[in-house]
Design a protein around this ligand. Structure first.
Ligand code: NAD
Ligand code: UGA
Length: 468
């Protein structure tokens, strides 16, 4: 019979573990939820008295305020968390491998393995272990082998896959009202019972018909597949945006027309400077690696093209800026508005802005950067990683990080909108125009601004996916 879960431990207090388990605590006051992490600074931030949480997510602070100290706890005591829990989420990072076999493609499973080994070493009673991290297909099997080879007597482990589909910037909404919760288990009596225990937790606020239960391998693969299909939609629309620019068609109109077909649907069809974020590229490359290792090279090439298209879109946009500014931006000042990979997040992982700034710097331009949520230190770190071999002091001679949009735009030759922050729409563009060198150029990589109004002010406006 299914165990009734009373204590949950989540290993990994990051973008996924933090919000996901905070919401579980909020919605299940009868369950004690402890989120553990090795990173003391992160845990301290989650516990900070003034709620300076380590990640910015609309609505998150409110959830933490309600649950923290009641049935939600953050700690660096990983072992205690493991010992006490009936159910353990493994929500650690799974970045792309940088060296060794599969470098640049395969997922680095070192953190998952370390967390799994810790569970085996510490647990003195049976546990349900849940893969929350995004992992390659059949990782649960490796976890089971490790757990069983190292377990103490009386400790049985059931392994579930429960991938997370939240998007950053809307994480709390996505968790409150998920399209679906996916749980994969072995189809053994024990596996099915473990699956029922976890389903029971979600059923506290998610309608039963949205809780999908499938086999372990389907669940693991569905996560990679979902991200690959979403990213493929963006690469498809971005590929069409290039045709629009060359023909005079308008990508917004084309997307609208395509999306009206109920089989396609209207969402996630916005042309852009290219997708970013920690997962799309990583998960597709992971799928490419999986395909290669199964000797399915055509399949690997198909998915790899989604990432290559995205790289092309970023380069293409940067080149458009250079071409439009009379083929040189040397010593010109370019303002980049937005550094996060999308609006409503402070996350910059794989942000298109990083590639744009790198390309502008390689053309010897000066770059001003403003983002309402990204920390200055983060921008410097991203840029020093993007331009390896160049000391930060040299980069700092060409880049200025600004505290507001207006000062970032003053004296610039061109403004590039890279993130769709709403506040950029509300800038006093007349004031900006008056402060700029002429002709004043705007490049809207997010179809965010009122191009007609800007043209009336006198700007030379280029919008992604819009022909002249
Ligand atoms: P993250 O880097 O923000 O957080 C991971 C945390 O795990 C870090 O704080 C790290 O210190 C901690 N950690 C690593 N090893 C540990 C160990 N052995 N013991 C204790 N703590 C340990 O990562 P994230 O963005 O939360 O992503 C986690 C997983 O979820 C990844 O597999 C990712 O692909 C997946 N995912 C992410 C998102 C997203 O929007 N970011 C969405 C869905 C799925
Ligand atoms: C994405 C998925 O949407 C989530 O379902 C998934 O859980 C998550 O990856 C993950 O596995 O990490 P996320 O990367 O947070 O979520 O954000 P998205 O809203 O998907 O945006 C990704 C990128 O695509 C952003 O740079 C965004 O600006 C871009 N995008 C999105 C477009 O260019 N056009 C669109 O129409 C939509």
């Amino acid at each position: 019979t299914a165990v009734k879960v009373k204590k949950i431990c989540c290993i990994g207090a990051g973008y996924v573990g933090g919000p996901t388990c905070a919401v579980i605590a909020l919605k299940c006051p009868h369950i004690q939820v402890t989120i553990v992490d090795l990173n003391q600074t992160r845990v301290d931030a989650w516990n900070s008295l003034d709620y300076k949480l380590p990640i910015y997510e609309p609505g998150l602070e409110d959830v933490v305020r309600q649950a923290r100290g009641r049935n939600l706890f953050f700690s660096t005591d990983v072992d205690k968390g493991i010992l006490e829990a009936d159910l353990i989420f493994v929500s650690v990072n799974t970045p792309t491998k940088k060296t060794g076999v599969g470098a640049g493609f395969a997922a680095d499973l070192n953190y998952v393995e370390l967390a799994t080994r810790r569970i085996a070493a510490v647990a003195t009673s049976s546990k349900i272990v849940v893969e929350k991290s995004t992992v390659p297909c059949r990782t649960a099997e490796s976890m089971r082998t490790i757990l069983e080879a190292n377990s103490k007597p009386n400790a049985r482990f059931d392994i579930l896959s429960n991938p997370e589909f939240l998007a950053e910037g809307t994480a709390i909404d996505d968790l409150f009202r998920p399209d679906r919760v996916l749980i994969g288990s072995l189809q053994t009596p024990e596996g099915v019972d473990a699956c029922a225990s976890l389903a029971e937790v979600y059923a506290n606020w998610v309608p039963r018909e949205r809780i999908l239960t499938v086999g372990l391998w389907s669940s693991e693969l569905s996560k990679l597949a979902a991200n690959a299909m979403l990213a493929q939609r963006i690469s498809s629309i971005n590929a069409l945006s290039a045709i629009c620019e060359a023909t005079g068609a308008n990508i917004d109109e084309v997307a609208h027309a395509i999306g009206y077909d109920s089989r396609v649907g209207p969402k996630f069809l916005k042309a852009s400077v290219g997708f970013g974020g920690s997962c799309f590229q990583k998960d597709i490359l992971n799928l490419v690696y999986l395909s290669e290792s199964l000797h399915l090279s055509e399949i690997a090439a198909y998915w790899r093209q989604v990432v290559e298209m995205n790289e092309y879109q970023k380069r293409r946009f940067a080149k458009k800026v250079v071409d439009t500014l009379f083929n040189t931006i040397t010593n010109k000042r370019i303002t980049v508005l937005g550094f996060a990979f999308k609006a409503d997040t402070g996350d910059t992982r794989e942000s298109a802005s990083i590639s744009l700034v790198r390309d502008f710097l390689s053309e010897k331009a000066f770059v001003n950067i403003y983002d309402p949520k990204v920390e200055e230190a983060q921008i410097w770190q991203d840029l020093s990683e993007a331009v390896p071999g160049t000391p930060l002091e040299i980069i700092k001679k060409s880049v200025t990080i600004c505290n507001d949009a207006l000062s970032a735009c003053t004296n610039a030759e061109a403004i590039v909108v890279a993130t769709e922050w709403k506040e950029f729409r509300d800038i006093d563009w007349q004031v900006v125009y008056d402060s700029m060198n002429k002709p004043a150029f705007v490049f809207d990589g997010r179809m965010l601004l009122d191009a007609q109004k800007l043209k009336e002010i006198g700007f030379n406006v280029t919008v992604v996916g819009r022909g002249g």
